[in-house]
Design a protein around this ligand. Structure first.
Ligand SMILES: Nc1ncnc2c1ncn2[C@@H]1O[C@H](COP(=O)(O)OP(=O)(O)O)[C@@H](O)[C@H]1O
Ligand SMILES: [Mg+2]
Length: 281
């Protein structure tokens, strides 16, 4: 169980996340929603400790994650895999090797340097790819894949890390509607099949409603909604999204397979230089 208590992050005078408290039981799939600048990324990055909190605590299974340093911090980061908008694969390396990077914490550094991956790790990585129908792409360079395929490779990499938690920061924001659904399916399948807790930041309310059993709404860093999708009234949703409402809601008829213009209209945004998976050095 993940317990967040009074979590706050300031950047100068700006409060990006403001006293957020949240309890997430093991195995939940939680959508974090809200307009741009609401604090979604900062919240996820604090859980992974890519960003340090200004105040508050994060406990996982009773352990204070906010206090971890050194080896214990590295171990925590391998327990909570990050998935980013821009995939963060190594483009010139083949797909299988990119997935194997998720096993790095299990493999002595020298073996990974000379690419002597244990056969069992290769089998694990290949089976993760096969699970997402990408076994046949294992030998291709990652950069030759479509965005949707690359994101599913990134999810396979997160899976073979054997995390307790997957933190996905707008994983579909650079993808077309069809690939957005495939990527959300991949996250949902990991959640269902392995009981891994998933926290996913989503701009599209339609996707959040379709795939997440619980929605957490942030506005100006504060938690303003926490409940199942059915409990999110149109009025609250409008308050959450403000002027971005029309874009975030998508067509009223949307459901799995329907178009999601909110995503289609998003041009790919360059990843910040610090948006790197913690496991890759
Ligand atoms: N590294 C940073 N330095 C200064 N301000 C930041 C930094 N990261 C985020 N912020 C600010 O914190 C607020 C929340 O940002 P963010 O967590 O990225 O929101 P979201 O992911 O919901 O779009 C925004 O006002 C943003 O400008
Ligand atoms: Mg963000």
């Amino acid at each position: 169980m993940l317990q967040i208590e009074g979590l706050t992050r300031r950047f100068g005078a700006k409060i990006a996340v403001d006293s957020v408290s949240l309890h997430v039981p093991r195995g939940q799939m939680v959508g974090v929603i809200g307009r741009s600048g609401a604090g979604k990324s900062t919240l996820l990055r604090m859980i992974n400790r890519l960003t340090d909190p200004s105040a508050g605590r994060i406990l996982f299974e009773g352990r204070d994650v906010t206090a971890l340093r050194g080896a214990a911090l590295r171990e925590w980061r391998s327990d909570c895999a990050m998935v980013f908008q821009q995939f963060n694969l190594v483009g010139r390396l083949d797909v299988l090797t990119n997935v194997l990077v998720g096993r790095l914490h299990q493999v002595p550094a020298w073996r990974s340097l000379v690419r002597l991956w244990p056969e069992t790790d290769k089998a694990i990585a290949l089976s993760a790819l096969e699970q997402f129908d990408m076994g046949s792409l294992a030998a291709q360079r990652a950069e030759s894949l479509s965005g949707g395929q690359q994101q599913r490779v990134a999810i396979a990499r997160a899976l073979v890390q054997e995390p307790k938690l997957i933190l996905a920061d707008e994983p579909v924001a650079s993808l077309d509607p069809r690939n957005s659904l495939l990527v959300m399916e991949a996250l949902a399948e990991i959640n269902r099949r392995y009981g891994i807790t998933v926290l996913v930041n989503l701009h599209s309310l339609e996707l959040a409603r379709s795939y997440c059993e619980r929605l957490v709404g942030l506005a100006a860093g504060r938690l303003v909604f926490d409940g199942p999708p059915e409990a999110l009234t149109d009025a609250v949703a409008r308050e959450l999204y403000g002027l971005e409402a029309a874009e975030a809601f998508g067509p009223a008829t949307a459901g799995p397979g329907a178009a999601h213009p909110a995503i289609q209209d998003h041009p790919p945004v360059a990843a910040r230089p610090d948006d790197r998976p913690a496991a890759v050095h």
